[in-house]
Design a protein around this ligand. Structure first.
Ligand SMILES: *Cc1c(COP(=O)(O)O)cnc(C)c1O
Length: 389
């Protein structure tokens, strides 16, 4: 028997909390608002295009950087929505989801010991990808304030230093639903310039901003040349299982990412790539309709959670809402979420697992609202039992 085959740098990372909570949902028959996947399909034009591509024999390795029609559609999308110009040949790269793009960017640009500034709570792959690269994370804590989340600018300034290589920014932010303000983005951009750091932006929720507008960091003065912009089809087109993501940036940064990416997966999703090109070209009404429908769901679940007694932190974007369990007598989110299926038949995710500073997130849990209205209503009806008991 091989004893402990796992490298030391991966040992702190257990099974993801999503696996544990989804297994709990299946075992108990609870309503699963834990994992963030939609329970309806994406646009039919996109689904049909994928079926057609399979029938038309587009089933072999696509080109390394992605098929030309998808790269052109990504560049057109960046220009039309955000006013950012990228050359489809050399400044756009298709990846196996945003997850691979993030991992490849970190592995491509960080030497062992380099530091990555990021905001906690963070998406669960960030810490693992930083660790795989042998880099060091420098978390800045987002704390509940004014019904949303903010950070201390001095804490951000202090996180930068001579070893800072990257800043990893996710806005709109999972799990908090925070949309970084213009002032916050300007501060981050200024620090990147001052410290000659590269920004890696995770913008998978770019089309889910309910209050205000999405502003890519790459659009700020001086930032286009030092930003690796990442997004994906999964959230925008309700196809999280397709794993079609992309990277946009200046050629030098994109080719660095490609150098690593080609040895992680080489390529992926041949028949889905033309379908995502179709989806990116859908009329504006698709994108606004999708956002409006999720905004209604946000309002529906936020009202229900407040009614059930939670301290709701209303999200400005994404399809997640976080809630404070203190008013319901809870003090530890992990304990609370482990017992929730038995107590009332609902699954949520404790957000403390996404913090280095566990105490900062101990009382917070996350619900996903990318679910059919009747599912949200059923979850709320069940959660009401918590305060009635
Ligand atoms: C879902 C999600 C991802 C992963 O995107 P894929 O395209 O499925 O790899 C990355 N970042 C955040 C913040 C997410 O919520």
């Amino acid at each position: 028997m091989v004893t402990d085959p796992l490298v030391a740098r991966m040992r702190p990372f257990g099974t993801t909390i999503f696996a544990e909570m989804s297994a709990l949902a299946t075992r108990t028959g609870a309503v699963n608002l834990g994992q963030g996947f939609p329970d309806t399909d994406g646009p039919p034009e996109m689904l049909e295009a994928a079926v057609r591509a399979i029938r038309d024999g587009r089933n072999q390795y696509p080109p390394g950087p992605g098929i030309p029609e998808l790269r052109a559609a990504i560049a057109a999308h960046q220009r039309d929505f955000w006013g950012l110009e990228y050359d489809p040949d050399g400044e756009v790269l298709v990846t196996a989801g945003a997850t691979e793009a993030i991992a490849a960017a970190i592995l491509a640009m960080c030497e062992a010991g380099d530091e990555v500034v990021c905001f906690e709570p963070y998406y669960d792959s960030y810490a693992a990808s930083i660790a795989l690269a042998g880099a060091v994370r420098r978390p800045v804590t987002l704390r509940p304030s004014d019904g949303g989340y903010s950070f201390d600018p001095d804490e951000l300034r202090a996180a930068f230093g001579p070893r800072t290589r990257l800043v990893l920014l996710n806005s709109p932010h999972n799990p908090t639903g925070k949309v970084f303000t213009a002032e916050e983005l300007a501060l981050i951009a200024g620090l990147c310039l001052e410290h000659d750091a590269v920004a890696v932006t995770d913008e998978v929720y770019e089309h889910l901003v309910f209050d205000g507008a999405h502003v890519p960091l790459a659009g700020l003065p001086g930032m286009r040349d030092r930003t690796v912009q990442i997004s994906s089809a999964g959230k925008t087109f309700s196809c999280t299982g397709w794993k079609v993501g992309w990277v946009c940036g200046p050629a030098a940064l994109v080719s660095a990412v490609l150098r690593v990416k080609q040895f992680l997966t080489f390529v992926n999703a041949a028949p889905q790539q033309p379908a995502v090109a179709v989806a990116l070209g859908l009329p504006r009404s698709y994108f606004t309709g999708f956002r409006d429908s999720l905004r209604d769901k946000r309002d529906r679940l936020c009202a229900g959670l407040a009614d059930a007694g939670f301290g709701v932190l209303r999200p400005a974007g994404t399809y997640f809402v976080t809630a404070d369990i203190t008013p319901l007598g809870g003090s530890d989110g992990v304990e609370f979420c482990r017992s929730l299926p038995e107590r009332c038949g609902v699954v949520a995710v404790p957000t403390q697992v996404f913090y280095d500073d566990v105490a900062a997130g101990r009382r917070l849990i996350r619900f996903a609202f990318c679910k059919r209205d009747e599912v949200l209503d059923e979850a709320v009806a069940r959660l009401r039992k918590l305060s009635a008991a």
